[in-house]
Design a protein around this ligand. Structure first.
Ligand code: NA7
Length: 546
């Protein structure tokens, strides 16, 4: 008997019920007729938008683009109230999609995957959850997210704080901060969004900043009915254009080089993109900002000038001006009235790069020089163990007992950011070394889920049940991903989570494919057209010739 005839509980186990899990269940179950079961640690669907309910949490890509494209009726019927909606509205949208496609009936909520182990004899995955249950599935699809394992810094005494400690990446309740003395550590995208809102409520807000950021205006506004109607009428063109853009948005005004135009022309472009908001300045101004330091300097200086215009106290303004790294080498935050928050008497900026955080005490935070900031609430907006963290947290063990943690000891090793040699039938949606966080997420997710669907269809057609990338294909992909990053300012410039550099001890390797979504999609098409080049298929994992 072929070992692969052992029958698992389901065809596909899907981990996570965020943007990925919802679409994956629909795609595999309703469009392919496979049996599917999902798991999510949350009590309901939503993923990122379930866990991040901190004040000010908001999407950074226009939701007309940051939304599913797979169902025409869905995209026609849904109405966004704002250009860049806040977290509650996105969660409502995901709940609506889950209702519409009856997703919840195939998800177990409130359980966390504690291990996933490939069974070499049965050729399927055994997925263990923290309720003790074991579920077997022929294929394992991770939709565990890229920014879903929060980083909690181990400041000495952090557990002794007598007030309330809140983590932006795990913030589930409405919290009234009115009249409270609030301290916040972290001025990345989450911290900047939270600071702008908390500043309006708190009796005092102390911002403990280690690195200033290049935040630029989001330009949010209520949905304009005429614009909405026009976009809905042209949705298929918009989506096609988005998929042909580096970041997955239909922007088309980027100019080749910031250095090829006069200072006046450059200023006019920067002003225009600044006023348009969103990521226009970052990815729709000049194409060489991430490639050429001199080009980048022009944008960095422009942003610093604008910060100085907005912050009344010159010393505070200087502290808010990033100087130590190029624009965009850390993920640029988008903001509404962030810099104006520092013009309030109740908001204080503290430079914890110069005077580092020494310890957390019952009454607040103590700095190296002995200063104590007394607080009722401490907000940690300290980021995530990005891209690899959510996958490694699941204790994945592949063929011949190979642990993912060992395979990735020196950084992620993947083929296409989708699969891993030694881990048959394992698929990572928006995995490390895919465009993921540098590609409009819902579209990146749809592309990957569709690609997995195509792999599974190919297996079914060819009469096989097991697929795995070859070591050679994987080595080439890792080399290409690293080489692409070397062409940019990223590897050498900033301690960014793009490079894994925000987590002590994490290998410093690029976690994102920097060739852009269109090139990546073309490569995937080519792999498919070439008979799934780089993949080996078999009846059982013992039969893989890799
Ligand atoms: P980020 O962008 O990683 O920001 C984390 C912030 O926390 C950043 O300002 C860090 O400063 C700061 N941080 C982290 N650890 C410490 C310690 N130990 N001491 C002081 N300050 C610290 O995370 P976000 O949640 O804001 O954003 C993540 C993504 O979510 C975002 O890019 C979007 O894609 C959505 P540092 O810069 O390391 O000096």
């Amino acid at each position: 008997m072929s070992t692969s005839t052992a029958t698992p509980d389901v065809d596909v186990v899907v981990i996570g019920a965020g943007f990925t899990g919802i679409y994956a269940i629909h795609r595999f179950r309703d469009r392919m007729g496979l049996t599917v079961h999902g798991f999510d640690a949350a009590a309901d669907v939503g993923g990122t938008w379930y866990w991040n309910r901190y004040p000010g949490a908001r999407v950074d890509i226009e939701s007309v683009h940051y939304s599913y494209s797979f169902d025409e009726q869905l995209q026609q019927e849904w109405h966004w109230t704002e250009r860049f909606p806040a977290q509650p509205e996105i969660l409502r949208y995901l709940s609506h999609v889950a209702d519409r496609f009856d997703i919840r009936k195939d998800v177990t909520f409130g359980v966390r995957v504690t291990s996933a182990t490939w069974d070499d004899d049965a050729s399927f995955w055994r997925v263990t959850t923290d309720d003790g249950a074991v579920t077997t599935g022929r294929y394992l699809v991770s939709g565990a997210g890229t920014l879903s394992v929060p980083k909690v810094p181990d400041f000495p005494g952090v557990e002794t704080f007598a007030g309330r400690t809140l983590l932006t990446g795990n913030w589930l309740e409405d919290v009234d901060l009115t009249g409270q003395r609030v301290g916040i550590i972290g001025t990345g995208s989450s911290g900047i969004q939270a600071i702008s809102e908390i500043a309006k409520q708190a009796a005092s807000l102390t911002v403990l900043q280690r690195t200033p950021n290049y935040a630029t205006p989001i330009g949010n506004h209520s949905t304009d009915p005429e614009q909405e109607a026009a976009e809905k009428a042209a949705y298929s063109d918009i989506r096609a254009k988005s998929r042909n853009h580096f970041l997955g948005v239909p922007y088309d005004e980027v100019q080749p080089s910031a250095l090829a135009v006069s200072p006046e022309q450059r200023r006019a472009v920067f002003d225009d993109r600044w006023n348009k908001g969103g990521f226009r300045l970052f990815i729709d101004s000049f194409a060489d900002l991430l490639l050429d330091k001199a080009a980048n300097d022009t944008a960095a200086e422009y942003i610093r000038e604008r910060i100085r215009e907005r912050v009344q106290d010159p010393a505070t303004a200087e502290l808010l001006c990033p100087t130590g790294y190029p624009y965009g080498t850390k993920r640029p935050p988008l903001e509404t009235d962030y810099y104006e928050a520092y013009n309030r008497d109740t908001v204080t900026l503290v430079d914890v790069a110069a005077n580092r955080i020494d310890a957390v005490m019952p009454q607040g935070v103590r700095l190296a020089d002995g200063t104590v900031h007394e607080l009722d609430v401490l907000v940690l907006a300290t980021g995530f163990d990005a891209c690899t963290g959510p996958l490694l947290a699941m204790n994945v063990t592949g063929r011949d007992g190979l642990r993912l943690a060992d395979s990735w000891a020196d950084g992620p090793q993947t083929y296409l950011g989708l699969t891993v040699h030694g881990f048959p039938n394992f698929f990572m949606v928006t995995g490390p070394q895919s465009p993921s966080v540098l590609y409009n997420m819902p579209l990146a997710i749809e592309d990957h889920v569709d690609l997995i669907g195509d792999v599974l269809a190919h297996l079914a057609e060819s009469g096989h049940t097991v697929v795995e990338p070859s070591a050679t294909a994987q080595d080439q992909w890792v080399a290409e991903t690293n080489a692409l990053s070397e062409m940019t300012l990223l590897p050498t410039s900033a301690s960014s989570w793009y490079m894994g550099a925000n987590i002590p001890g994490k290998p410093r390797r690029v976690l994102v494919y920097l060739g852009g979504a269109p090139r990546y999609r073309a490569i995937c098409e080519d792999v498919k057209a070439g008979g799934w080049r780089g993949f080996a298929v078999a009846d059982s994992s013992r039969g893989l010739e890799t």
